[in-house]
Design a protein around this ligand. Sequence first.
Ligand SMILES: Cc1ncc(COP(=O)(O)O)c(C=O)c1O
Length: 399
Amino acid sequence: MPFDLEQLRSHFPSLDSGIAHFDGPGGTQTPDVVGLAIASTLTGPLSNRGRNAASEVKADEAVLQFRRAFADFLNMDRRSVVYGRSATQLTYDFSRHLSRQWGPGDEIIVTRLDHDSNIRPWVQAAERQGATVRWVGFDAGTAELNMDELERSLTSRTRLAAVTAASNVLGTMPDIAAIAAKVHDAGALLYVDGVHYAAHHAVDLQALGADFFVCSPYKFLGPHCAVLAAAPSLLESIQPDKLLPSTNIVPERFEFGTLPYEIMAGATAAVDFIASLGSEGSRRERLVTAFESIESHEQTLQDELERALEAMPGVVLHSLAKARTSTMLLTFEDHTAGEVGSFLAGRNILAPAGHFYAIEASRALGLGDDGGLRIGLAPYTSRQDIRRLIDGLAEFLRQ
Ligand SMILES: Cc1ncc(COP(=O)(O)O)c(C=O)c1O
């Protein structure tokens, strides 16, 4: 069932600016209900968590509802849901927790398709512990992850593989369920960066089979924060350093200090907003149908845009994987991506250029540290936005 785009867009005050936003992979625009949830939590009576005064209950409920919302969002138990400031922070934290057990002879796997936040924390932790890092590449011609190389890299010494569920520059979506099966056969853990993936597809973590999965609500209409999910039994097996008086229960023992109740309420509101785009059923069921509508909406616009790009001389589209999100990376034979991005920005069309921290991918594509022009579609992207982008690119190329 398609959603009502005009109705959806009316919830985004920022769209009144007239900017055509193609910068969603860097962070989406935020609906009014998310802002209201943040403001009312923060300015309502609010204390530390407790069950006596209304102000304490409000803080407690913000945390409990956040866990319920993300348990539904990821199809996991609510005790699996760890709050974090960012995916980068969570991955750094877990790289420190997990690498304590590594030593010389142990191996870890990272990919060149990943954002640096799912590479560098593991590489640095491995170096500290004297473990070996194995790199898996991708085919620059097809944008597909090199699965043979991944299989060859897995040995009985592998402790962990860190793989993206979707590249934030190419959109490539490796087959995580197949990778999880191979990683588990080797007796290793799979840590999945779902930051880009979760903005475009309903996440079913049980079906994906990843041991750890991180995502960031600010990429799917929420506030700036992140979530890590892992089975409670796995979380129970990991003991982070913690303050003496702070709780040792899971998942709280991984969340240091006082939680930002207002941000958690905003993230819950984002999950509810997405669910409101779906048809009837439980919140989980509505999230699944909502993402089906989002996928089909973005796919229609992506098809139109890609057809227009193919007809433009001198435009190179790098996002070619069979399974990919609606995010495209472009370069230009006679111009830098930065020049094109600036020209478009002058027309209120925001499609920035760069490597977007996928620095290994940018270098593997032969684009050095300059990267390309990234075009990201979001649930609020309209046909008019697409027409403006196509016209803007055509005008630039005509000059
Ligand atoms: C695929 C991917 N992974 C990780 C990150 C880092 O996320 P955070 O800003 O929450 O650390 C990003 C941010 O752009 C991303 O796109």
